[in-house]
Structures are given as structure tokens and as C-alpha cells.
Design a protein. Structure first.
Length: 256
């Protein structure tokens, strides 16, 4: 079996593939000060509770946008999963053609998204990955990654609004039934969610306009992807496991 990890700024997504099937997926909080033992105990406990026989895991792959946890995290994999992790980084086979100013600075999360989008959906398309930051990844008909728009994520906007204003509370993120709200919490929810829907629709439309391709497919993934995708016609596909699938594809390209 293959164990895959997508390390984001807020959460770590973990998935187990048996052959080509994703049989388990779960999440843990990203902790920049955790030790290898803390990560190892967390990942093995979650896997065992999901019914995974750790002895059957023969390969692991890691994608990360948090460099300062990689030493501890990779040691956790070595010590608790007994495999040498493959890390998505320059020099490994990804199958992704990157046509940006500096291909080496492209994040591992973007590369895995693009690999999966090309394989499962094909270009031209836009992948909108709703994480701590929201990334709009532009892929050509040839499968080339040529551009990305990055904006603050939905959760980050809510966190900043609650922490940087003296009289506004922290809130749960949900879409009110109407934008015409009359209490503080729903006023904030309306501004964040309706505003974010408007942002997505405008950026997607602008990308299509500048690409000159009005019928580009739009694929959403990430934590808040389903909520936004359900509220706009500009997103055709929601694939919550897109990044994990991309990791599986990359791991297979580097299988020895």
C-alpha cells in the first residue's frame, strides 16, 4: 500500500491507496513545533483506528509547503512507518510541464494538483484549491502549468476579521440564507462567504478572458471548495481528493 501526505499551513491530509483505490483519508493539524515522535504517534494512531495494517505500507510520499517541519515529519515516517519517504521536490519525476518564470519556486501542492487535473480531467482547465491560501492554477490544453493567482483563503479572512477588529467576534464560516442580515455574526458570514463567491467568479472569468478560452473547465478542491462550488455555476467539478490523487500519480512515476 501507498501512504501519501499533503502538508499544508493549517492541516496535513493523509491518504492510503491500495492499488489504485483511495481506501482511507484523514487529517491532522500542522504543528511546527511537534517532534518526530509526536507526528509518528499521531499518524499511526489514526491509521490503526481506520483499520490500516501499517506493516502493509511499502511506500510513502510527501508534499509540503511547510519546510520547517520536514525534518521531524520525515523522521516520523522512517521510525513509525518504516519506509523512506519520497518528497515532491525538484529532481523527481512529476509528469508536469511548468512554464512559469521560475519553475523551481512552484509549490509542491500546485504540482500535485496539476498532475491530477491533467490525468483525470485534461486541459485547458483551472484548478481552484481552497486552502489556507486559495490558488487558481491555470493549465493549458497541452497540460502545461503557466500561471497561478493566489489570494487569502476563506478561513484566513475570517480569522483576520475576528482578530484584528476590537468588537467583531470569531465566527464559524457558513453562508446565511440572505445577504440582508441584521446581526453581527451573520453580517460577517455574509461578507466573507458572498464576497468570496464574487471573488471566485471574477477571477475565473478574468482568467478565461485573458486566455481567450471561455469554456475552460474549472475544478475545485480543498477544505472550503465544496461550500463555494455549491454556490456558483463557474465551478463544474469538485474533487476533494485531487491533491492526494496527484501524489499517487507522482509516486507511481518514481516507483523503483
Amino acid at each position: 500500500m501507498l501512504l501519501v501526505f499533503d502538508i499544508g499551513n493549517t492541516q496535513i491530509k493523509m491518504g492510503v491507496f491500495k492499488d489504485d483505490e483511495l481506501i482511507v483519508s484523514c487529517r491532522m493539524t500542522t504543528g511546527t513545533k511537534k517532534t518526530a515522535d509526536e507526528y509518528g504517534i499521531a499518524m499511526t494512531t489514526m491509521l490503526e483506528q481506520k483499520g490500516v495494517d501499517i506493516a502493509q505500507i511499502s511506500r510513502t510520499i510527501v508534499s509540503s509547503v511547510v519546510p520547517n517541519i520536514m525534518y521531524s515529519f520525515c523522521n516520523a515516517i522512517r521510525n513509525y512507518i518504516n519506509t523512506e519517504p519520497l518528497v515532491v521536490a525538484p529532481g523527481i519525476k512529476t509528469g508536469v510541464s511548468i512554464k512559469t518564470d521560475n519553475p523551481r519556486e512552484v509549490g509542491a501542492d500546485l504540482i500535485t494538483d496539476v498532475a491530477a487535473a491533467n490525468h483525470y480531467y485534461g486541459g485547458p482547465c483551472i484548478v481552484v484549491d481552497f486552502g489556507t491560501a486559495t490558488k487558481y492554477e491555470v493549465i493549458t490544453a497541452k497540460g502545461e502549468f503557466i500561471a497561478c493567482v493566489i489570494s487569502p483563503g476563506v478561513g484566513l479572512m475570517a480569522e483576520v476579521l475576528g482578530s484584528k477588529t476590537a468588537q467583531l467576534p470569531e465566527i464559524n464560516i457558513r453562508k446565511p440564507d440572505t445577504i440582508l442580515t441584521s446581526n453581527t455574526v451573520e453580517c460577517m458570514q455574509a461578507g466573507i462567504v458572498y464576497g468570496y463567491i464574487g471573488q471566485v467568479e471574477y477571477i475565473v472569468a478574468k482568467i478565461k478572458e485573458e486566455m481567450g478560452i471561455p469554456d475552460m473547465k474549472v475544478i475545485a478542491t480543498g477544505g472550503f471548495g465544496r461550500m463555494i462550488a455549491n454556490e456558483t455555476d463557474c465551478i463544474q467539478i469538485y474533487d476533494k481528493d485531487l491533491t492526494l490523487k496527484g501524489l499517487k500519480l507522482i509516486a507511481d512515476k518514481n516507483k523503483k
